[in-house]
Design a protein around this ligand. Structure first.
Ligand SMILES: [Zn+2]
Length: 280
């Protein structure tokens, strides 16, 4: 098959997965099933016909309006489909058709779901990162067994599962320590201001962030945890500056920035590590 066909196929596959991620983002926080019922318009509850449910294309053909009630369809649906497709294509160009490709398609799909749920609710269902961590360890366990069978493992330090477990413990431990001291500093600050803390302002980092960094550690290791942890605040700061400018809430969801930093690390991590002279 010509390479261009592969790329187009991966992109289309990304839009289809993205369409499913939309369903997860919408239904998981409501504890609703992600398989039944069929997709429906959130306004008029009319089931969406299969030919109106084609990723990205249907949105354009319908000009962003529901066929029955003409209510606007959120631009987020085609956006999530497009983001997923672009990431899948980038992963394919980076990794080729491989076991790694499947692993990271799963990983980044989860990051998209977690980010958009966090944008809506400022929290995520705790089981999402847990499922990701278990799946990640499973991927690495299988990879370890395969390497052992091939006789390619000479030491414990080279075992994928060992590296992942290290990443998990480091990711959660490191972030939890920061949260612990951050919370103390924040409570001193709030006490100093003698002000009742506003809901959500009590914590420097949420426990969701701790789980999330464990997830990053499992899939990408210790270096990723450190880079993502210190890179994400820059993205958040850029957004906060904009949000303050437009007088929006100062409460910002943090997982989208951690996800963005994770993607940046994944694709440009080596350059970043070389740039800051960070080698160990
Ligand atoms: Zn409708």
């Amino acid at each position: 098959m010509p390479e261009a066909v592969n790329r187009i196929f991966v992109f289309i596959f990304g839009t289809i997965v993205g369409s499913f991620l939309n369903v997860c983002i919408y239904r998981l926080p409501k504890d609703a099933s992600i398989v039944k019922p069929r997709s429906f318009c959130p306004h008029c509850k009319t089931p969406i016909l299969f030919y109106d449910n084609i990723p990205i294309i249907s949105f354009i053909l319908l000009r962003g309006k529901c066929r029955s009630c003409k209510e606007k369809i959120s631009l987020r649906y085609p956006l999530v489909e497009l983001i997923t497709a672009i990431i899948f294509l980038a992963l394919y160009l980076h990794l080729g058709l491989s076991w790694q490709l499947a692993k990271y398609m799963f990983f980044f799909s989860l990051l998209i779901v977690v980010s958009f749920i966090d944008i809506d609710y400022h929290a995520i269902p705790a089981y999402l990162c847990f499922i990701g961590i278990v799946m990640g360890l499973l991927f690495e366990a299988i990879a370890t067994v395969n390497l052992l069978k091939a006789g390619q493992l000479t030491s414990l330090e080279l075992m994928p599962i060992y590296i992942s477990l290290q990443g998990l413990i480091f990711g959660m431990g490191f972030t939890y320590l920061f949260k612990f001291f951050g919370d103390i500093l924040l409570s001193i600050y709030l006490g100093f201001r003698k002000k009742e803390s506003i809901e959500g302002e009590k914590e420097s980092l949420g426990l969701g962030d701790v789980d999330f960094m464990g997830l990053v550690g499992v899939f990408l290791g210790i270096k990723a945890v450190i880079v993502v942890f210190f890179l994400a605040p820059f993205f958040a700061l850029l957004y906060s500056a904009g949000a303050l400018f437009f007088k929006k809430s100062h409460l910002i969801p943090y997982l989208p920035y951690l996800s963005l930093a994770t993607a940046v690390f994944f694709f440009w991590g080596n350059q970043i590590l070389r740039f800051i002279g960070f080698t160990f």
